[in-house]
Ligand binder design. Structure first.
Ligand code: C2E
Ligand code: MG
Ligand code: MG
Ligand code: MG
Length: 291
């Protein structure tokens, strides 16, 4: 299908494609320079145990502030990095940075894990495993506190090689999550062959949960099936209390979204954690028992 699309693109002239090409190259150059000058940063977004309201992890999300253009979304620059050679150094930096931060916050927040997004191309980076092994040793983090998020698409590109690498990662004690579940083409029956421990249901099903019966049915059956397969279920994109409570009723394990907090720079994230640990207001019965 992809070849077909490329073939079509080549035969039809379209001025907007020239513009897109120029823009892509411009952005590519700026991204390369930004990386060389350490202009990328990471934000952290809490993941909460829905039943208990306890903080369990934070997802590290890459941020690029371009002095001329302001913040550029990772939805824009990650694909640029992926289609060029930049994704491998970017991912190495991401993992290194995230693991060091996680090691640092163990003093104040022991047991809080860190989650990192892993692009398909980075999975095939031969330096990935040695780097993970070395970082785990260097930081002394319990490997179970490191989670790598991969998308379903990874198994479409090189199923056997991909599977072997996933197994090597899990052998280190690191956990794997399927990100954006429901946006690809794989079924849960297929995913049971992968050595993953977690499923993140894509936010498109969560943001329209309570008033969309179709989404409700999809999310409910996904949670049940995932649990039968022994997977933990994470819902991303929880924006209000009603959605959180609905997910709690459906038995979802972990929640992430603006309802708890937006992604934050590390200092804000750490202050948020301190505050949250003292208050813990966001469990499913928050505001109920006081009435
Ligand atoms: P993702 O891994 O699915 O990350 C979740 C995205 O949803 C984040 O967007 C987060 O800010 C956003 N989000 C979280 N809660 C809510 C909510 O309640 N409402 C709404 N509307 N959005 C919410 P972000 O940070 O813009 O990242 C977008 C995507 O970029 C990520 O999706 C991930 O695929 C990719 N990405 C980000 N950082 C990295 C990285 O370091 N490496 C790789 N390979 N990809 C990354
Ligand atoms: Mg993710
Ligand atoms: Mg996601
Ligand atoms: Mg997403």
């Amino acid at each position: 299908l992809q070849a077909l699309q490329h073939g079509q693109a080549a035969t039809m002239y379209d001025a907007s494609q020239d513009e897109a090409f120029v823009r892509y190259h411009y952005r590519f150059g700026r991204l390369r320079d930004a990386m060389a000058q350490n202009q990328l940063t990471q934000h952290f977004q809490p993941l909460i145990n829905i039943r208990t309201g306890k903080l369990v992890a934070a997802e590290a999300l890459a941020r690029w502030f371009d002095p001329e253009e302001g913040f550029i979304s990772p939805l824009e620059f990650i694909p640029i990095a992926e289609s060029s050679g930049l994704i491998k150094p970017l991912t190495r930096w991401t993992i290194r940075e995230a693991l060091h931060q996680c090691a640092l916050w163990q003093t104040d927040f022991p047991g809080v894990a860190v989650s990192v997004n892993l692009s398909v191309r980075s999975l095939f980076d031969t330096e990935l495993l040695p780097m993970l092994r070395q970082l785990l040793q260097e930081t002394g983090i319990n490997p179970a506190l490191v989670r790598l998020e991969v998308t379903e698409s990874l198994m479409l590109s090189a199923p056997e090689k991909g599977l072997a690498i996933l197994q090597d990662i899990v052998a280190l004690g690191v956990r794997l999550a399927i990100d954006d579940y429901g946006t690809g083409f794989s079924s849960l029956g297929y995913l049971k062959h992968l050595p993953v421990q977690e499923l993140k249901i894509d936010q498109r099903f969560i943001s329209q949960l309570v008033d969309d019966r179709g989404n409700m049915a999809i999310v409910e059956s996904t949670i049940d099936l995932a649990h039968h397969l022994g997977l933990m279920v994470v819902a991303e994109g929880i924006e209000d209390q009603e959605t959180m409570q609905q997910l709690w009723l459906l038995g979802c394990d972990i929640g992430q979204g603006y309802y708890y907090s937006k992604p934050m720079p590390i200092d804000d994230y750490l202050s948020w954690c301190h505050h949250y640990q003292q208050q813990q207001l966001l469990g499913p019965l928050a505001g109920v028992d006081g009435d």
